[in-house]
Design a protein around this ligand. Sequence first.
Ligand SMILES: C[S@@+](CC[C@H](N)C(=O)[O-])C[C@H]1O[C@@H](n2cnc3c(N)ncnc32)[C@H](O)[C@@H]1O
Length: 221
Amino acid sequence: MSSGKSPQDLSMAEVENDVMAQVYANLSAIYDVAFGPVLQGGRRRAVATMGDTAGRRILEVGVGTGLNLSLYQAGTDVTGIDYSSEMLDRAEARVAREGLRPRLFQMDAADLRFPDDSFDIVYAPYLISVVPDPVKVLLEMRRVCRPSGRIVVLNHFRSAHPLLSRVEQWISPFTVHIGFKADVDMTALFACAGFVPDWTEKVNRPRIWTLAHCTCLPRPE
Ligand SMILES: C[S@@+](CC[C@H](N)C(=O)[O-])C[C@H]1O[C@@H](n2cnc3c(N)ncnc32)[C@H](O)[C@@H]1O
């Protein structure tokens, strides 16, 4: 499915899957220390806002080392996908260590190998900044989410402050080398994907990450 919109419209930085895969292969050994506690408040809040998830089918897109996996309520039917085999190896080790039972697959978020309407909740924690075409990823997330299901995005987006926004756009071609674009434009992203968030809130400290909840609307014919 094509997004019909160039990723350059959303960010000054360009990334390719294979380059990002190498970045995350290198980061995987230190990921939990570098990005665990500092981003965990947002992960906890995201999962808490999903409400009662027992018996519901959740797809976590960009599951990484599995830092969200222990947060789901018992009885939640969790599937996680990630492009990086090294990150998935860490997630699998966590699953074994903590006695969790998600299904984990290596997959591209822009090309999900699931049928339409497969999940009740589709959740992308800290993923949107690391993919080549974030609009395409949102459209795939919508495809695999059942109508009226929930799409949950947790991410850092470009600041609304004019000066900070300039700085983020300027540094973004460099921050991709440590695993993320600093300047993805949230308003343009959701508009291009045809999503209207039900609500957003700022999370983590400093409060520069955003949690966005969207209702999965029926796809246009
Ligand atoms: C910043 S980490 C977030 C990991 C995890 N969600 C968390 O909360 O810590 C981004 C993850 O997205 C994965 N990723 C990057 N490009 C991807 C793609 N095209 N499809 C699926 N996963 C991808 C990376 O391998 C990495 O595990």
